[in-house]
Design a protein around this ligand. Structure first.
Ligand code: NAD
Length: 505
């Protein structure tokens, strides 16, 4: 029985120059909501018993802070602690239902630039029942971009929009992180998952960057899956995967599925890594259904704390705790949600589970392979830049998409109206509805809503459109009584088209 935990580094890779400081490392701790205080107390108890050299500063986050009037869920002064310690051990929080509250998790990740969300998902068979006993993979999820930019608007009576933002530096950072992670953790393969066949520009960029960066890691195999079949394969044959790198939304969904497949969402920890700060948390939420009962599984937060200890260069303490945790599982000791006929005695409560781990500190698992973490190489040892800003491209405007709100109108009627309002510089080229071309030569079967994208193109191929041309066009259109929602400039970058065609164009 082998557990090749994702953060495991073989002992022969231990850097002999790593020095162990006996000073306590300041960390920021938040107890969170729901089961948060229970699993944090259990986790800190294990850390203390194992001899972790940490000085914890507590901050308040979550429901109480939201309800006290901070709509971000964190008081302004708490940022000072995070910026000072640069290490955050965080219990889950409850996001109040209803409007007006933004997710604090997303706020923290984005404000502190925590671009990589690293989620190891490992099976503990035969001690924890799972259909996938050979699962041992790490999901490296992009953590700041994609639909999580949170830029949403209601544009018409019928249409709501969420912008999907993918940047080249963002792709380079996460893809390079995934390859560096695979290399430094003795992994063999990096799999990229995107929907680049549909979102050719955004997901297409992610894949393009993956294809560029993989060339620098010839010793690692690499592959790409379209996310739908990739997710299906992950759910049925997880043993095929090693390190998976993927944009934010796909990674969020995949990692919960993968964690649940190992037996319980309560088992997985995660690291949120930035260039300056790192945050460690369980992947599950505040579990209000079992809060206050003292029965929650602290393993997710405990394993997140193990990742934190490696990060702050206390690898030997991390190994001691992780081995004791594995031994606890081998001894058949579980919290209620994992307890079964194969377990030993009664289900343990949260603190009893922590105490069972504490009793086993210093012992090694006999079925699972014992873990020996290595302190990470110091930052100065890393020569590879996470991203390289490219020289500015030659950008030329060739047209404009004008988005229009109009109920109860046909494409032909709208086209007739806009054609008469167009300026000599810009010609109406097409109209789409929800991205599908409906003029010219649309299909009567196409369902239309009240939101139209009207593409105006320079009247000749050579003409370079100016902002003044667009302002003149908008003046005429709006004076003609058309309700303009917004515009998107159509540009080329070094001659390459920077916009997608309409569906059916
Ligand atoms: P959840 O993860 O809290 O709970 C899902 C299910 O898993 C529940 O049945 C719960 O009892 C169980 N579960 C979760 N953790 C467990 C543990 N450690 N031990 C035993 N069982 C466990 O998801 P949810 O119910 O969708 O969300 C509850 C709240 O948590 C929401 O307000 C949500 O916004 C928030 N949330 C926070 C975070 C975070 O802070 N990182 C992450 C996800 C959800």
């Amino acid at each position: 029985m082998q557990v090749n935990n994702s953060t495991f580094v073989p002992s022969e890779q231990l850097n002999p120059n790593d020095t162990v400081s006996l000073e306590k490392t300041p960390i920021t701790v938040a107890y969170g909501d729901g089961i948060g205080p229970e699993i944090m107390a259990a986790t800190l108890r294990v850390l203390e018993a194992a001899g972790a050299r940490i000085a914890a500063e507590e901050i308040q986050i979550g429901e109480k802070v939201y309800l006290a009037g901070h709509s971000s869920g964190i008081a302004p002064e708490s940022w000072n602690s995070l910026r000072r310690t640069k290490v955050f051990l965080k219990a889950p929080i409850t996001t109040p239902a209803g409007g007006g509250f933004k997710s604090l998790n997303v706020t923290i990740r984005k404000t502190l630039g925590l671009y990589a969300n690293v989620r190891p998902c490992v099976s503990y068979a035969p001690f924890i029942a799972t259909k996938h006993p050979k699962m041992d993979l790490v999901i490296v999820r992009e953590n700041e971009e994609d639909l999580y930019a949170g830029i949403e608007h209601r544009q018409t009576d019928e249409v709501f929009q969420c912008l999907k933002l993918i940047t080249r530096p963002g792709c380079e950072k996460i893809v390079r992180y995934a390859f560096e992670y695979a290399r430094s953790h003795s992994r063999k393969k990096v799999t990229c998952m995107t929907k680049s066949n549909i979102m050719k520009m955004t997901d297409g960029l992610f894949l393009k960057v993956f294809d560029e960066i993989k060339q620098e890691y010839p010793e690692l195999s690499s592959e790409h899956y379209i996310i739908d079949i990739g997710a299906a394969r992950l759910a049925t044959q997880p043993e095929r995967f090693d390190v998976i790198v993927t944009p934010n939304l796909y990674g969020d969904i995949l990692s919960d599925i993968a964690a649940e497949m190992t037996g319980s969402v309560g088992l997985a920890g995660s690291a949120n890594i930035g260039e300056h700060v790192a945050m460690f948390e369980a992947i599950h939420g505040s579990a209000p259904d079992i809060a206050g009962k003292g029965i929650a599984n602290p393993s997710g937060l405990l394993l997140a704390a193990v990742m934190m200890l490696v990060h702050i260069r206390q690898a030997s303490v991390a190994s001691k705790i992780h081995n004791a945790f594995l031994k606890t599982l081998e001894d058949g000791l579980f919290t209620a949600e994992l307890h079964s006929s194969r377990s030993t005695g009664k289900a343990l409560n949260t603190l009893q589970f922590a105490d069972a781990v504490i009793e086993r500190l210093g012992r090694l698992p006999t079925n699972f392979t014992p873990l020996h973490y290595a302190n990470p190489a110091s930052a100065s040892a890393t020569t590879q830049a996470l991203y390289v800003r490219k020289a500015l491209a030659r950008k030329q405007m060739v047209g404009v998409d004008v988005f229009v709100h109009s109920a109860d109108c046909s494409p032909e009627f709208l086209a007739g109206r806009l054609s008469t309002l167009a300026t000599p510089e810009l010609t109406l080229q097409m109209i789409t509805n929800r991205g599908v071309k409906v003029w010219p030569q649309g299909f009567p079967e196409t369902f239309c809503t009240d939101h139209w994208r009207c593409r105006f193109i320079a009247h000749t191929k050579e003409y370079i459109v100016t902002h003044q041309d667009i302002i003149a066009l908008l003046s005429r259109i709006t004076q003609g009584g058309v309700d303009v929602i917004k515009t998107e400039n159509l540009c080329t970058f070094d001659g390459e088209q920077g916009f997608a065609l309409g569906q059916g164009q």
